[in-house]
Design a protein. Structure first.
Length: 276
């Protein structure tokens, strides 16, 4: 009993240290966003402020058009994640349920496509979209994000479909449904937790993406939040409280998405209680 208690205490201490290590950067960013300018470069370093200030947030919206950046990111992230989730749902179903030639090869190709560094295909992408006159347009990065997201999302969707018994669809076919009706009336409702997980992860990836957006977007009215934060660094010579305020606001959508979809994400990631 004593040994078990010591193990529990050690585990608690390790988890506490890990939590502190993981959460401290977030705490520091939030603290910096509320620090007045006079406390940003003080030494010794202050880990708390007695004079919280909204200067960083005010300067953020005065100095750059952060409102427009935020709006652009919402549009691009929602559109791209929705498109990739729909494609993933349909392609994942086919890879899971249909027997055809090269099915395993296609699945392997989707896996290996995730290993290709983004910067290796940036130049060909830029040339192609430039020839289509789509540079500096939100639709261009929406298309790119949808394509990248669809591959990873398809792999996830196939895994979720594999865990849903085929017998449920077969029973629906016996009852008079056609294959499309069985998919949308039986399988998709059971896939909702998995689709929520796919949509959430896709949204967060699209929201945080920087390199493609930096290359494709040239004017400030088209910037997304990551590009806007990058421009703050280059223009302002790093005003840390302004940058921290931007990061805090940029974190809000991802926090909200995971807060709303948390139970569906957990259900989706742990789905598999049903067996054939």
């Amino acid at each position: 009993m004593k040994k078990k208690k010591q193990v529990k205490i050690l585990r608690f201490i390790l988890l506490l240290l890990f939590a502190i290590f993981a959460l401290f950067p977030l705490y520091w960013i939030i603290l910096t966003s509320f620090k007045p300018v006079s406390e940003l470069y003080t030494f010794p370093i202050k880990y708390w402020t007695n004079n919280p200030s909204l200067y960083g947030y005010k300067k953020l919206f005065q100095f750059v058009n952060f409102k427009q950046y935020f709006s652009n990111s919402i549009i691009v992230a929602l559109a791209a994640s929705s498109i990739s989730t729909v494609f993933a749902m349909l392609s994942g179903y086919i890879l899971s349920r249909k027997e055809f030639k090269f099915r395993n090869a296609i699945t392997l190709f989707l896996f290996f496509s995730q290993m290709i560094p983004t910067y290796l295909i940036m130049v060909p992408q830029y040339v192609m979209f430039s020839n289509l006159h789509l540079i500096n347009k939100l639709i261009s990065i929406t298309i790119v994000y949808s394509g990248f997201g669809a591959a990873f999302s398809t792999i996830m969707a196939k895994g979720f479909f594999d865990r849903i018994p085929k017998s449920l669809e077969e029973a629906a076919l016996i009852d008079g449904c056609n294959e499309i009706e069985a998919l949308f009336k039986i399988t998709i409702p059971l896939m909702l937790p998995g689709l929520s997980a796919i949509l959430s992860f896709s949204f967060v990836n699209n929201w945080n993406e920087l390199f493609t957006a930096v290359m494709f977007l040239n004017t400030s009215d088209k910037y997304t939040v990551p590009v806007g934060l990058y421009s703050i660094v280059s223009k302002a010579g790093v005003q840390w409280n302004v940058l921290a305020a931007g990061i805090v606001i940029a974190l809000l959508p991802t926090i909200i998405v995971f807060a709303i979809a948390q139970k569906y994400i957990i259900a989706g990631l742990t789905q598999g209680g049903l067996k054939d």
